[in-house]
Design a protein around this ligand. Structure first.
Ligand code: NAD
Length: 437
């Protein structure tokens, strides 16, 4: 059996590398030729732990790279679509990539005798699969269930641990209106995961909704704990991590996504929440809770700047170090990164910013250029600075010592992730969620 994967991003490339490493004949396609050339040489186009080694192993086994969609449609029994579904300028989901791919697939289908199952792994707003079905049927002149199958199979991986998550997902959601397609995809996953992963079988629109429910619930947990962290900050001696750890023991709450910080970012939570809010409104619903989650997140950066103003009195002309640029640790992804957002806001105050990140400097340079300086080591980032803000919880930042802070002009530390709470620090230490006077 041949498997096709269209879209070689975090989701598609990781999935392809995992399948190839398990000797499943896989063909990966992307419209970005530069990316494809890199991947063919075993180079991953972004930082993701374990993925480079896995890709090289897969290329030696059964992973093939292609730019020929007709070939993929002719040769593959199952075609996973993993192209990006970003945000439009009005906040709604941008379905341009996926609609284009589906149109191309349907044109190839019209010339092919193959009857593949098209699996939508990209995150798409409820009822998108209806549009997809119409595009496929119109252009291929074939009917679902006869000329092709259609399945919605959302992805739940986290960047930074994409390989582990793909090797061992917590659930497989399979949504389709056609039993034959469901059974075939279930059989494929059974073989891949040796029956170890729980399934959830439903219809297409529910599968689409499950992905949005999942991400908006995670966003809600983060906004909830961030709001409580802000309250804790005003009660001297209170510690948000103790609060989170205690409530996390309650099985009805669970302990994940309760780490207070500067707000959520990344390529998924902000865009999916925005898309769900606008979709809800478009069908006459009033998503008050979802909007509050989003507002709480946006305000978290404003709260951080207010804290800086309170501590530093004036921001103008100060030299400030930012540690961490990627939206999370173990990633170089800066899409919707709160740290990048903070930098953009701080630049309005004519602040002299020096930033450090173990992996994301190149991406940041592409986004904000030379408006800030970049340091390749933590001591270089701290030298002569009047305040340091720890934004991304990279492991190396928890190892910073008083010796490093000696390099600063003023030892003012704002730790949005509470990485240094257990250390005895010489300077003035403030942390999100720790009550101080
Ligand atoms: P990405 O932006 O990293 O990669 C998307 C890839 O699709 C790019 O390589 C792009 O060149 C390719 N592409 C775009 N249009 C194409 C076309 N017409 N033909 C062929 N290739 C095309 O995206 P990603 O982060 O991998 O996300 C993919 C989807 O999965 C999105 O819908 C996203 O919301 C969802 N998702 C992402 C994550 C995550 O953590 N990144 C997790 C779960 C779900």
């Amino acid at each position: 059996m041949n498997i096709g994967i269209i879209g070689a991003g975090f989701v598609g490339l990781t999935f392809a590398a995992v399948l190839g490493s398990k000797n499943i004949n896989t063909i990966l396609l992307d419209s970005d030729l530069k990316k494809i050339k890199q991947i063919e040489r075993g180079i991953i186009p972004f930082y993701e732990p374990k993925l480079g080694t896995l890709l090289q192993k897969s290329l030696k086994k059964s992973l093939k790279i292609s730019t020929d969609l007709d070939y993929v449609v002719n040769q593959c029994e199952i075609i996973f679509v993993t192209v990006g579904t970003p945000t439009r300028s009005d906040g709604k989901i941008n379905l341009k990539n996926i609609e284009l791919v589906i149109k191309e697939i349907s044109l190839s289908l019209s010339k092919s005798k193959n009857i593949p199952i098209i699996v939508i792994k990209s995150t798409v707003i409820p009822k998108t699969s209806e549009t997809i079905r119409k595009i496929l049927e119109r252009n291929s002149k074939k009917k679902e269930g006869e000329g092709f199958g259609l399945v919605v199979n959302p992805e739940f991986l986290s960047e930074g641990k994409a390989v582990d998550d793909t090797l061992n997902p917590h659930i497989i959601v399979i949504g389709s209106n056609e039993k034959r397609a469901i059974n075939k995809i279930k059989k494929f996953y059974n073989k891949l995961y040796k029956n170890k992963i729980p399934y959830f079988i439903t219809n297409s629109q529910t599968a689409e909704m499950i992905k949005y429910a999942n991400n908006s619930f995670l966003a809600a947990k983060i906004s909830f704990i961030n709001q409580l962290a802000n309250i804790c900050q005003t009660i001297p001696g209170t510690n948000i991590d103790d609060v989170a750890n205690a409530i996390g023991i309650d099985p009805r709450i669970g302990n994940q996504f309760l780490k207070a910080g500067p707000g959520y970012g990344g390529s998924c939570l902000p865009k999916d929440l925005k898309a769900l809010i606008l979709f809800s409104k478009s069908i006459g619903q009033n998503p008050t809770l979802l909007e509050a989650v989003q507002k709480t997140n946006t305000e978290q950066i404003i709260n951080l700047i207010s804290l800086m103003k309170k501590i530093l009195i004036s921001l103008e002309g100060k030299k400030i170090s930012i540690l961490g640029l990627s939206f999370k640790e173990n990633s170089d992804d800066i899409r919707e990164s709160v740290s990048i957002n903070l930098i953009k806001q701080l630049l309005k105050y004519k602040i002299n910013i020096i930033a450090h990140d173990p992996m994301a400097i190149e991406n940041t340079r592409n986004e904000i250029g030379n408006k800030i300086s970049y340091a390749t080591s933590i001591p270089d980032a701290l030298k002569g600075s009047e305040c340091v803000i720890i934004m991304t919880p990279w492991k190396q930042y928890s190892k910073i010592t008083n010796k490093d802070f000696e390099l600063m002009k003023n030892k003012i530390i704002i730790d949005t992730r509470r990485l240094l709470t257990k250390k005895k620090l010489d300077g003035k230490y403030y942390a999100i969620g720790l009550g101080f006077t």
